[in-house]
Design a protein around this ligand. Sequence first.
Ligand code: ACO
Length: 432
Amino acid sequence: MSQKTMILTDPDTGRSLELPVRESTIGPPALEVSSLYREFGIFTYDPGFLSTASCTSRITYIDGEQGILRYRGYPIEELAAKTSFLEVAYLLLYGDLPSETQLTTFEDSISRHSMINESLKRFFDGFHYDAHPMAMLIGVVGSLSAFYHDHFESHENITQEQRELVAHRLIAKMPTIAAAAYKHNLGEPFIYPRRDLRYVANFLNMMFATPCERYRISPLAERAMNLLFILHADHEQNASTSTVRLAASSGANPYACIAAGITSLWGPAHGGANEEVLKMLGEIGTVDRIDQYIAKVKDKSFRLAGFGHRVYKNYDPRAKIIRDVCHRVLEELADGSNPQFELALRLEEIALKDEYFLERKLYPNVDFYSGIIYRALGIPINMFTAMFAIARTVGWVAHWIELTTDPEYRIGRPRQRYVGEPLRQIRPIRQR
Ligand code: ACO
C-alpha cells in the first residue's frame, strides 16, 4: 500500500507540496511537516501543541474522547485491578509485564538503590525549615547529577545497562528524597529506607516512623497509594514529560532532566492541581457557599481546581477508578464522615449538572480525588505534588530511555512566529 499524503498549495505561487501522513498503530495519524520550511519558507503555528505530535512513542496511548488510557497496550482499569506499582514500572520501562523472576530481580534492584549518599542527605540542611517539598525535590534530584555524571557527556556512549541504572536509581531514590523533604519540614530525623518493606510500605514508613516509634502500615493505605501511583505513572506527552524530553534532547545529564520535569509538574495547571483542590475546599468551607463559589468560577475570577483536562473531554478514566477507592478509604480511615469529602462530592454533583461545565466538557480529573485520598491517609497538602512526582518518575525515565534510543532523535528546537519590533537603531542615551 502506498503511503498516504496530503497536498498543501501556496495560493500566491500555485506551487504544491505533498506531505506524507505517518500512520499510528491506533489513534490519529500525523502529517509530517518537517520539509515545510525548507520547501515553502513557512512554519506551522500551534500554541500549546493542540494538534502537534512532538515525537513517536510506544509507551502510553490515550484517547481523550473515549476516555481510554493504556500503558504499553494494557488498559489502565486492568492494571489498576491486577498489578502492583513496581510491575507497572517494569512494564513502562521494558515494554511488557515481568515474569515472577523478573519482578523479584527488579524489586530487589529498586530496594538496593533506595539509599541516598550521606552528602546528598546533608543538602537538606541548606533549606529553610518551611521550604516547599517540591522546591527541595527540584534541588536535591538535580543534585544527583553531581553524584552520577560519568558516562553522560553524550548520549551515544551510554550502554543499555547504564540507562537501566539511571532508571532504577531514580525510581528507588525518589521516595527517599521526598520523605526526607517531609522530615526536614517537621524537623524530625530522617528515616532510612528498609529493604524488608515493599516500595509503597517503605515510603510510608520513611514518612511516618520516628526513631522512637514504629509505624504500623495500614494495608488499605498501602493499597490506595499503590493504586494512585499506578494511575499517575505515565500520561504520554504532558507538560512535565515533554519538558524532560526537551531537556534530554540536548544530551543533558538525566538526573538534571528529571529535575526539570519536577519543575514543570509543580504548576497548578498540572501536578499542583491536587494541592489546589484541597486549598479550594478549605476556601469554600461549607456546602452552602458552593453556589457563590461556582458563580465566581463562571465569571472567570478563577478556575475550579481538579476540573477539566487538556486531553480528556468526556471523562478521565483515572478519575473513575479512583472515585470508588476514595469512598472506601474514607469509609475505613475517616469513618465516612469527612466534611471535606462531603463538600467535594456536593461540588462534583452541582458542577456536573451545571450548563457552564457541561457545555465546556469539564469533568473532575484524577487530581480532584487524589488530594482527598492523600489527605485521608495523613499526607500533608504540600506533599501532594511530591507524591505525584514519585509516581511520574517512572514515566519520565521511560520517555528518557525512549528518546535517547530513538534513531530519529534530534535536539528539540521549536520555531516561533516573531511579532516584535522590526529593525531598530540605537539612539544616544540623552535622546531616549
Ligand atoms: N474551571 C472553570 N472553567 C474551566 C476550567 C476549570 N477548571 N478548565 C477550563 N475551563 C474553561 C475555560 O475558562 C474555557 O472557557 P471559555 O471557552 O469560556 O474561554 C474552557 O473551559 C476551555 O478551557 P481551556 O483553557 O481551553 O482548556 P485547556 O484544555 O487548555 O486546559 C486545563 C486544561 C489546564 C487542565 C484546565 O482545565 C484547568 O486549568 N483545570 C484546572 C487545573 C487542573 O485541575 N489541572 C490538572 C490537570 S490533570 C493533571 O495534570 C494530572
